[in-house]
Design a protein around this ligand. Structure first.
Ligand code: NOJ
Length: 538
């Protein structure tokens, strides 16, 4: 529910569903739309406001849906358009918004547009993709590298030219400098908006344009063996090019033409100063350019406090913040930080100022699942094995209960393996456990919903004289109500003299009763986070 004067995507919380792994309804080992529908009540009970679904459109699955062969058709693995319409209706009945993934940078190499483009140099759609002659030695036109390893150019023997792909060769980049491409891709947005979707998460937006002059990317002096081979160069000419902002503004104009606060969220891994430009001049760009900086900041109180300050200070006038702590591309919290700090991280994510996005499975503290070599699915891991870039470990099936297939599937084997601990770590087990991670997420989301100070209030850092402790205040401007949050990012007890005298603890990440008011100094237990309510000033 939106706080007064705020859009739903400002006060609300987004939950990411990775559809292959959420719920399988037809026992083929792969999740699907009817599966998501069957689990909507989990999201209602959790207390989120919107579900963002990773790609469900027709795809050969070279990159599991991020290679789209039909932008307006549902992949049969996930179901049908009729299933989709039912899902949207069922979500809306429950007050949940639906956000789709939109992949504008590249299509699949099986998309009819690419097939036509590839067919001949004189094809009417040749210019819909990025074709260039070989270098004089016959090699690729320049030194650009694919994110997933190898050159970013693949030679089409038949026509003697290379096509450009920021990711896999099976993901040719669309040429957004061609107005017909722009029109066709904006039409895709309208198709789904007409069907009632509430917005889009826009994939890989920082890759939308490349330097027209094809200048070589400079070498990266910080690259060393063990890092992704794509990082051997600095992507000066393949990322974050100025023209992207006009393309985003065009997407925004389409969304704005629809009633009902449709949201555009941009995926761009960029430094804070560059990221801010993605709000667009006069806020005509993304409503929320994803802020991934917590993913790369050390789990250290001072570093995080400095990050929040820097991010808050950099926001353009009127721009709304957002925070991300996990997704289908990044290691899970409980694996990155350990189970105790994963609880602290949940409190951080859900008490900072700005729209949080929760990745499926984080609410039960799922961990990265080791994938045996013969079960590897991720094309990145296959092309660049052994460096730890593979994303399968964070894409394993949702653990619903202790029954066969973890309640995810009736198939003998799900598409990715379950972890060893799924019989104890699952939604059903945690629902009945007053101190579980799931109970903590629900309590945090309930509190956030009940307290405008948390969902839309102002943010101010609070200095505390205790190592490892991150503290800040959230204030509801309308009522003056003030909440303080203190998070112990260390594993020792931490005493905070004078932090919140006379205050009452509303919630501890330990979920035990600490409701009596604080008389002396508050002592945080190892890896404890608290939300406290400051007394109203007389
Ligand atoms: C970012 C997506 O999150 C990732 O999963 C995908 O592989 C790339 N974009 C390419 O679309």
């Amino acid at each position: 529910m939106a706080a007064k004067g705020y859009a739903w995507w400002q006060s609300g919380v987004i939950y990411q569903v990775y559809p292959r792994s959420f719920q399988d309804s037809n026992a083929d080992g792969v999740g699907d739309l009817l599966g998501i529908l069957a689990r909507l009540d989990h999201l209602v009970a959790l207390g989120v406001d919107a579900v963002w679904i990773s790609p469900i459109t027709a795809s050969p699955m070279a990159d599991f849906g991020y290679d789209v062969a039909d932008y307006t058709g549902i992949d049969p693995a996930f179901g049908t358009l009729a299933n989709f319409d039912r899902l949207v209706a069922a979500a809306h009945v429950r007050g949940l918004r639906v956000i789709l993934d939109y992949v504008p940078n590249h299509s699949s190499d099986r998309h009819p547009w690419f097939l036509e483009s590839r067919a001949s140099r004189s094809s009417a759609r040749r210019d819909w993709y990025i074709w260039r002659d070989p270098a004089p030695d016959g090699g690729p036109p320049n030194n650009w590298l694919s994110e997933f390893g190898g050159p970013a150019w693949t030679l089409d023997q038949a026509t003697g030219q290379y096509w450009y792909h920021a990711y896999l060769p099976e993901q040719p980049d669309l040429n957004w400098r061609n107005p017909q491409v722009q029109d066709a891709m904006l039409e895709v947005l309208r198709f789904w908006l007409d069907r009632g979707v509430d917005g889009f998460r826009v994939d890989a937006i920082h890759h939308l344009f490349e330097d027209e002059g094809l200048r070589d990317n400079p070498p990266n002096p910080d690259w060393r063996p063990g890092l992704s081979p794509a990082r051997r160069v600095i992507r000066a000419y393949t990322m974050d090019q100025a023209e992207v902002h006009e393309a985003i503004a065009a997407m925004r104009r389409v969304a704005d033409a629809y009633p009902g606060e449709r949201v555009l969220i941009g995926e761009a891994y960029l430094p804070i100063d560059r990221l801010m430009a993605y709000y667009g001049a006069g806020l005509t760009g993304f409503h929320l350019p994803f802020n991934f900086h917590l993913l790369s900041t050390p789990w250290d109180a001072r570093a995080i406090a400095a990050l929040v300050e820097r991010y808050e200070a950099a926001l353009p006038q009127g721009a709304w913040p957002n925070w991300v702590l996990g997704n289908h591309d990044r290691s899970r919290l409980a694996s990155r930080l350990g189970p105790a700090q994963a609880r602290v991280a949940a409190m951080l994510l859900l008490t900072l100022r700005g729209t949080p996005t929760i990745y499926q499975g984080e609410e039960i503290g799922m961990t990265d699942v080791p994938i045996p070599p013969d079960r590897v699915q991720d094309p990145w891991e296959r092309r660049v094995p052994g460096l730890g870039v593979g994303r399968d470990p964070v894409r394993t099936p949702m653990q619903w209960d202790a029954g066969a297939g973890a309640g995810f599937t009736g198939a003998v084997e799900p598409w990715l393996p379950l972890p060893r601990d799924w019989r104890s770590v699952n939604v059903a087990a945690q629902e009945g456990d007053a101190s579980s991670v799931l109970t903590l997420y629900r309590a945090l989301l309930r509190l956030r919903r009940a307290e405008p100070a948390l969902s839309v209030g102002a943010y101010a850092s609070v200095a505390v004289d205790a190592p490892d402790v991150l503290a800040y205040e959230r204030r509801d401007e309308a009522t003056g109500r003030r909440l303080r949050i203190a998070l112990n990012l260390g594993d020792g007890q931490r005493v905070l003299p004078g932090f919140a005298l006379g205050a009452r603890i509303l919630l501890s990440s330990y979920l035990d009763d600490r409701s009596s008011s604080i008389q002396g100094a508050i002592a945080l237990r190892p890896a404890e986070g608290v939300v406290v309510e400051l007394p109203v000033k007389a």
